[in-house]
Design a protein around this ligand. Structure first.
Ligand code: SF4
Length: 369
C-alpha cells in the first residue's frame, strides 16, 4: 500500500484526509478539471486556481451549456450550524451554474443532520432559516430555483424507498464502511436528492451537476450507480459532479471541525470574534521574524493562505504576489493576517446586513409564515 493510499480517506460521515489530490485521480477515478477549463464559460476564481479541481462526467454539463440544453445544478447543506467557508463555497458554485442557465435545487439535508449529528428536525428547521437567508443573500435566484427540506419532500423519500430494493448491505458497507442503518437510509435519500431534478414534475431526465467538497464523492458514486440501475424506469441521465478541495482548518489540521470552534468561523459570528480567530490561527511562518526574512515561509501548509486563495482575493495576480512574498520572506505573518482581517470583516459585515433582509423570505420557504 502506497503512502498516499494510507493517508487518503473520503468519508462523508466522518473525517476525510487527503494527502495528495493527484492520488484521487489514480485510485478513485475522479477526473482532473483542468483540461476542461478552457471550455468553461466565465470560469470562477476557484476553478481557475485549482480549488475546484476534479469531476465525474462533467463533459455532459459543458455540452449542455454550449448547446443551451436544459440542465440542473443540485447541492445543499446539512443544517447543523451557520454557514461556514465550506458551505459558502458550495453555495457560490450553485449560484454560478444557475447563472450559466441551470435550474437550481438546494436541499436542506435535515434527515442527514439527524442521522449523522443527532440534531432533531425541530432544531434543524430553525438553523435552516439562517442557511436559506445566507443562500439568498449570496444571489440564489428563486425564480429558477427550488429549496426544500429532505424530511418534507415526498418525492425524494419515494425515490429512496424505490432505490432500497436494488442496494445490498454489502454495497453500502463497501461505499460507506460499517455504519448504523440510519446513515445508510440517509444516503439513499441523498441519492433521491441528486436525482430529484430529473423527475417528470421538474421537466424529466436532464444532465445534473452536483458541486460538493470531495469528501462527498461516495454519495455521487452511489447516485451514479442507482441512476444506471433505474435508467429503464425513470430514464435518468447519469449525474455529474465537480469537487472542491477541503479548506484547511485555522488550527492547521486538514479540515475544519465544528467540534473545535477555533478551527473555523461562520458568516454569522461577530467580526471581532472572527478577527480573534484569524489572529490566533496557525501559519506556515517561521518562529522568528529574522528567520522568516532569511528563509521565507511555507504557504502550502498555511490556512491564512488558503483563505485568500479560496475566497478572499478576487484578483489572481494578488494570489501569485502573496505566494512569492511569503516564500521569499518579504511578507510577514502579522501583516498578512491583518490584511486578511480587514477583507474578511468587510465581507462579513456586508453579508450579515444583506442576510437580514432575507430572513422573512427564508421563513416563508420553510412554511413558517
Ligand atoms: S506570510 Fe501569510 S501566507 Fe505566508 S505563512 Fe505567513 S500567514 Fe501564511
Amino acid at each position: 500500500m502506497s503512502d498516499s493510499s494510507r493517508k487518503t480517506r473520503l468519508d462523508p460521515f466522518g473525517t476525510s484526509s487527503i494527502e495528495d489530490y493527484e492520488y484521487l485521480y489514480e485510485e478513485f477515478g475522479i477526473q482532473p478539471l483542468k483540461p476542461l477549463l478552457s471550455e468553461m464559460p466565465n470560469a470562477t476564481v476557484a476553478m481557475r486556481r485549482g480549488v475546484i479541481f476534479g469531476h465525474r462526467g462533467f463533459d455532459r454539463i459543458l455540452k449542455a451549456i454550449k448547446v443551451h440544453e436544459d440542465f440542473a445544478v443540485m447541492s445543499g447543506i446539512k443544517p447543523t450550524g451557520e454557514f461556514h467557508l465550506g458551505t459558502l463555497m458550495t453555495a457560490r458554485e450553485v449560484i454560478y451554474f444557475q447563472q450559466q442557465g441551470a435550474t437550481a435545487f438546494y436541499c436542506i439535508a435535515d434527515v442527514e443532520a439527524y442521522e449523522d449529528n443527532n440534531v432533531p428536525l425541530e432544531k434543524s428547521e430553525k438553523t435552516a432559516i439562517g442557511n436559506i437567508a445566507d443562500l439568498l443573500a449570496l444571489g440564489f435566484d428563486l425564480n429558477r430555483g427550488y429549496i426544500y427540506r429532505q424530511s418534507k419532500e415526498e418525492r425524494v423519500k419515494d425515490l429512496a424507498i424505490a432505490f432500497g430494493r436494488r442496494v445490498t448491505l454489502a454495497t453500502m458497507k463497501a461505499i460507506y464502511g460499517e455504519r448504523h442503518l440510519g446513515l445508510y437510509l440517509s444516503s439513499l435519500i441523498q441519492a433521491g436528492d441528486i436525482l430529484l431534478p430529473q423527475m417528470k414534475e421538474f421537466g424529466g431526465p436532464k444532465p445534473t451537476v452536483v458541486p460538493v467538497g470531495v469528501d462527498q464523492d461516495p454519495h455521487l458514486r452511489l447516485a451514479r450507480d442507482l441512476a444506471l440501475k433505474f435508467k429503464r424506469k425513470f430514464g435518468f441521465v447519469s449525474p455529474s459532479s465537480i469537487y472542491h478541495k477541503l479548506i484547511k482548518s485555522l488550527d492547521g489540521s486538514p479540515k475544519m471541525s465544528k467540534r473545535a470552534p477555533m478551527s473555523y468561523f461562520t458568516l454569522e459570528e461577530k467580526p471581532e470574534a472572527i478577527a480573534n480567530k484569524i489572529s490566533n490561527a496557525f501559519t506556515g511562518g517561521q518562529p522568528t521574524v529574522k528567520e522568516q526574512r532569511k528563509v521565507g515561509a511555507n504557504p502550502s501548509i498555511c490556512p491564512i493562505y488558503d483563505l485568500y486563495l479560496f475566497h478572499f482575493f478576487d484578483n489572481d495576480k494578488d494570489v501569485v504576489k502573496l505566494y512569492d512574498e511569503c516564500r521569499t520572506g518579504k511578507m510577514l505573518c502579522g501583516e498578512c493576517k491583518s490584511r486578511l482581517i480587514e477583507i474578511v470583516t468587510r465581507f462579513v459585515k456586508d453579508h450579515q446586513r444583506k442576510r437580514l433582509q432575507y430572513i422573512d423570505k427564508a421563513k416563508e420557504i420553510l412554511g413558517f409564515s
